[in-house]
Every structure is written in structure tokens, then in C-alpha cells.
Design a protein around this ligand. Structure first.
Ligand code: ATP
Length: 375
């Protein structure tokens, strides 16, 4: 096996300019990324962006055409899969249907030449880890989807890999089970301290589980950041829209006022945005604001307070209401022509929405809650 003992200041995994071309199509287009030991990292991106191909290169099922993959400082880009202290858990789980749960889990240790007694100890340990004690003799088709998923996880962990790669591991589970399994996976990862890289196209799943997320688009890493940073400071319009809901207003930079920019937007009038840096891409840019940062106030004989001193104030009319339980999303048609979405937390009020269709409202938000993005 490839020995891997990264120095304390060294990443466990270093991906350097890795590329993979199928025919003339660059599925992975020059990806560089460091993963620290013990991290729970998510590769997030739409279907076909190259996530699985990148993971397959880490596992050794695919060789990169360019670049290096260093594990603990050693180049493993061309090592065989079983020579790497890396295991991969596939989307389809790929359990052996004719083998019992025990034998599925024992498969890796057995092939690695582990003795019978040690294998029994290891299997028992893994069964306890994924809370499946008592089901050792069952065959995969006698298990529920969630149980099969846990057997696959136990099997992938049985050889105690340094790095576990998970390709859409929860895709086959229904929503409730997926959410509880997310929690279990996180707890397991913390307990073992094993480095996890998970591939998902589900941004909520990535945000929930990972401490860092790499967003992939068209074979490239678009941004690598913590869930919070990704949501609060996306680097492009594409990322802002891919990660959560967002209001985007295209406009032109007019002037600087201290650490604020004044921007004339096409659909939302003049907006003021906190931004210490100068716009780089000429004068055209976009303003992004998350729906929950947009406040609403009723207008009329008894106006709601709050908006009077707001710097960004947009008059409009409620055009659509979407009740989501914990919050309600209001689409406000602005007098300036555009639409702004405001997500308002629901109070205990049972009888009605806070605002009604066609009601005149002010949508308002602070310069600090806006993000300036390239057009
Ligand atoms: P998904 O979430 O749908 O699995 P993905 O982001 O994992 O997508 P990949 O499976 O990495 O995407 O595929 C990236 C691109 O490379 C796709 O357009 C795919 O069709 C193409 N591709 C992958 N493997 C091969 C192959 N062996 N031969 C030719 N093209 C391939």
C-alpha cells in the first residue's frame, strides 16, 4: 500500500491541475484542491459537471490525462485502486446479492489477507458502528433501502481507509430517511475521524453535512468555501443561483460613497450596496440579495414601521404567495418593473398570511445584505 503520513501542516490530499478528456470532451478541466485530514468535504454541482469523474480518478478507476494527485505527499495518480488507502462507496451500493451482510462486510478485509478471528472482530465492530447488529445473516434483498445503505457504508469502511469517497450515497433514500441518514453519516465521520469526500447535486445535503464545499461547473471548480461563505458571498451569479434562492438585479455602477457603491439597476431602481472593492468588470454588475434578507412593510392608513429609514426601499404589490410552513415567500411586483422575492418567517398566527395578494408593500433591505457580482 501507499504509505500516507502527511506532515501536520500538509494536506492529506492534494489535487494539482487534474484533467480528464473523453474523446474531445474535457469532463474535468484543470482542478486543483487541497483536502485536510479529517475533513468532511462535499463536491457539489449539476449533473454532468464532472464530479463523479473526479472521484473516480481519486479512487483509481480512471487515470488523469494531466495533473497530479498527492496523498500524504506521494503521487498516486497512477497507482491501482487497491494500492490506495482510499475506498469508494457507489451510488448503487453494489452489494453482492448472493452474500450475507457479514460476508459483504468481510469481503475487503478477507481479500487483504486478514485472518478469520480478526475479520470477525472487524465485522462486529462495523455492524455496531452502523447499528445493524443481529442482521449478519441476512441477504441484501432482505433489507430495507436504509439498511442496505448502511451495509454498503460498513463495507466501504471495513478496511479502515484514510479517505472515503461517497458518490451520491443517499440518492436512493426517501426524504425523511435521507435526512436522518445525513445525521448518522456526520456523527460516524466525527467518531472515526476518517476524511470523507461526498459527491452530491443536492445543495442542502452539501450544506448540512460538509464543513467545506467545492462547487463544480463544466469540469471546473467554481468556488471552494464553507457553506456559510458560499451562501453569503457567492463568487458569481451562477453560484448564487445554484446555492439557494436569490434575487438578482442587473445594473450599472454609478458612484462610490465611502465603502458603498451606488448602482442603477434596470428593474429595481437605484440600490446602495456595501462593497469596499472597486468593480472590476467595467461598470456593469449584478446585485444579489437573498429572499430572507428582504423585509416587507404594509403601506396604507396604518403603515408598518421599519422601512422609513431604509436605504434600499422598493415599492410594490404582492403578486404571489407561497406558504412553506416555517416561512412564506412573497413575490412582490415592483413599481420599477422587476420582481423581488421576500421570505418571511411565519409567526404562530394561524388564521392568515401576514400580507395578502395585491396589497401595497415596501420591500426593504440594508446595503450590508447585498452582494455585488460580475454581470
Ligand atoms: P451526475 O451527477 O449526473 O453523475 P457528474 O457531475 O458526476 O454527473 P460525470 O459522471 O463526472 O458527471 O460526467 C461528466 C461528463 O463526462 C458527462 O458529460 C459524461 O457524459 C462524460 N463522461 C463520463 N464518463 C465518460 C466516459 N467513460 N466516456 C465518455 N464520456 C464520459
Amino acid at each position: 500500500d501507499v504509505a500516507t503520513h502527511p506532515a501536520p501542516d500538509q494536506p492529506l490530499l492534494r489535487i494539482e491541475g487534474v484533467a480528464k478528456t473523453f474523446g474531445t470532451f474535457r469532463a474535468v478541466d484543470g482542478v486543483s484542491l487541497d483536502i485536510r485530514a479529517g475533513e468532511f468535504f462535499a463536491l457539489l454541482g449539476p449533473s454532468g459537471c464532472g464530479k463523479t469523474t473526479l472521484l473516480r480518478m481519486l479512487a483509481g478507476f480512471e487515470a488523469p490525462d494531466e495533473g497530479r494527485i498527492l496523498l500524504g505527499g506521494k503521487d498516486i495518480a497512477h497507482a491501482l485502486p487497491h494500492e490506495r488507502p482510499i475506498n469508494m462507496m457507489f451510488q448503487s451500493y453494489a452489494l453482492f446479492p448472493h452474500l450475507s451482510v457479514r460476508d459483504n462486510i468481510a469481503f475487503g478485509p478477507k481479500r487483504a489477507g486478514m485472518g478469520r478471528a480478526d475479520i470477525d472482530t472487524r465485522v462486529a465492530e462495523m455492524m455496531a458502528l452502523v447499528k445493524l447488529e443481529g442482521l449478519e445473516k441476512r441477504k441484501p434483498d432482505q433489507l430495507s433501502g436504509g439498511q442496505r445503505q448502511r451495509v454498503a457504508l460498513a463495507r466501504a469502511l471495513a478496511r479502515r481507509p484514510q479517505l472515503l469517497l461517497l458518490d451520491e450515497p443517499l440518492a436512493a433514500l426517501d426524504k425523511k430517511l435521507r435526512e436522518s441518514t445525513q445525521g448518522e453519516l456526520m456523527e460516524l465521520q466525527r467518531r472515526l475521524g476518517t476524511t470523507f469526500i461526498i459527491v452530491t447535486h443536492d445543495q442542502e445535503e452539501a450544506m448540512t453535512m460538509a464543513s467545506r464545499i467545492g462547487v463544480m461547473n463544466a469540469g471546473k471548480l467554481a468556488q471552494v468555501a464553507s457553506p456559510r461563505e458560499l451562501y453569503e458571498a457567492p463568487r458569481s451569479r451562477w453560484i448564487a443561483e445554484f446555492v439557494g434562492d436569490v434575487n438578482l438585479f442587473d445594473g450599472e455602477f454609478k458612484l462610490r460613497d465611502g465603502h458603498r457603491l451606488v448602482i442603477a439597476t434596470r428593474d429595481a431602481g437605484t440600490l446602495v450596496v456595501a462593497e469596499p472593492r472597486e468593480p472590476t468588470d467595467g461598470t456593469r454588475l449584478s446585485v444579489a440579495i437573498r429572499p430572507e434578507k428582504v423585509k416587507l412593510s404594509r403601506l396604507g392608513p396604518v403603515s408598518e414601521a421599519g422601512h422609513e429609514t431604509a436605504i434600499n426601499r422598493l415599492d410594490g404589490m404582492v403578486a404571489d404567495i407561497c406558504y412553506l410552513g416555517g416561512s412564506t415567500v412573497y413575490k412582490v411586483k415592483l413599481d420599477t418593473g422587476g420582481i423581488v422575492q421576500a421570505s418571511v418567517a411565519n409567526s404562530a398566527r394561524l388564521d392568515a398570511d401576514a400580507y395578502s395578494l395585491n396589497q401595497h408593500v415596501v420591500a426593504w433591505f440594508t446595503p450590508d445584505d447585498c452582494v455585488v457580482l460580475p454581470p
